[in-house]
Design a protein around this ligand. Structure first.
Ligand code: ZN
Ligand code: ZN
Length: 319
């Protein structure tokens, strides 16, 4: 089968013919039709995440079919031990032995993938394969980030990429008010934020028109944490949604006082996946995808790196 393989951090992926993966007991083998490209994939390629499996097939937003035609999604959470104190307390996202798809386990930048059946998710019928792929991380981690923002009514989204374009729709569906912050001067992204239901959209260095109850930072830029903090109402939270971020600058304690908080979001639980995919057909009107063939995965990653796309980037494995 074809696979785009990472041999070492800092190198481009190589298109190779590799043997078909053989499922172990409890695993399914899926013919991949679509695989979303995530910023996490870039962090792995750039060597910003420690100890990936090498050589590695990236990709953790996989839509595929079993040999008997069942459509399934494979997300980031690929395996947990089920026995540690985190797993036993409903926090399998924090499992210390967890293995992640496209990081410790080969992922979906390939014609076929094997996955532990217990972590696969059913895909709602309303979305075709390419539209569904970004739901599996951009949507899912975005949903968890939104959940951890509590019942905040006014939500700021910093970095209006794949995740924010889905979360804006979910937040609107939940009756929240959404404020979109895009890279300074990026008028196309600002228009996109308005299209997806933001009541206000502006540059990330601008103040919002009123204070916010929560801000979710999707861009991997630590400065945005201290940019967002002064606009929070008392009790507000800054949620950092990414797996990697540049350093957060120091800031006066006064900005955190009055029970403001800063927190990260790590991974997902299977429950997040089931909840979000049940909600998505009602809450997500559309996903916007830029499509690349498998062989152009390096170019797809570079588009993401340069912020040249609105919405999500997806590899189409059917051509
Ligand atoms: Zn565990
Ligand atoms: Zn991801």
């Amino acid at each position: 089968m074809r696979a785009m393989v990472l041999h070492a951090a800092g190198e481009p992926l190589r298109l190779e013919e590799v043997p078909l993966p053989v499922p172990e007991p409890g695993q399914v083998r899926l013919r991949v039709s679509a695989c979303g490209v995530c910023r996490t994939d870039l962090h792995i390629v750039d060597g910003e995440l420690p100890n990936p499996k090498l050589p590695l097939v990236l990709g953790h937003q996989i839509v595929g079919r079993t040999e008997d035609g069942q459509r399934l999604g494979v997300p980031w959470l690929g395996w947990t031990d089920g026995t540690c104190r985190f797993c036993l307390s409903g926090r399998e996202n924090l499992c210390e032995s967890a293995r992640f798809t496209g990081y410790h386990l080969d992922g979906g930048y390939a014609d076929w993938v094997v996955a532990d059946e217990r972590y696969c998710l059913p895909i709602p019928d309303r979305f075709d394969d390419l539209e569904a792929a970004p739901l599996l991380c951009a949507g899912l981690i975005g949903y968890r980030s939104l959940r951890l923002a509590g019942d905040a009514e006014r939500i700021g989204l910093y970095g209006f990429g794949a995740s924010a374009h889905i979360v804006a729709q979910v937040a609107r569906h939940q009756g929240r008010r959404v404020f979109g912050f895009v890279r300074t001067g990026d008028a196309v992204a600002r228009d996109f934020a308005y299209e997806l239901g933001c009541e206000w959209a502006g540059w990330s260095d601008e103040p919002p028109p009123e204070e916010l109850d929560a801000a979710i930072v999707f861009a991997p830029v630590g400065e945005l944490v201290t940019t967002a903090l002064p606009w929070l109402a008392r009790g507000g939270v800054v949620v950092c949604a990414g797996i990697h971020m540049s350093d957060i600058p120091s800031f006066p304690y006064e900005l955190l006082w009055q029970e403001r908080s800063i927190r990260s979001v790590a991974n997902l639980t299977r429950q997040d996946g089931e909840e979000f995919l049940a909600l998505a057909p009602h809450a997500v009107r559309r996903t916007q995808v830029s499509i690349f063939p498998l062989g152009d995965a390096n170019e797809a990653l570079n588009h993401l790196r340069r912020g040249e796309v609105q919405g999500a980037v997806v590899l189409n494995l059917t051509e």
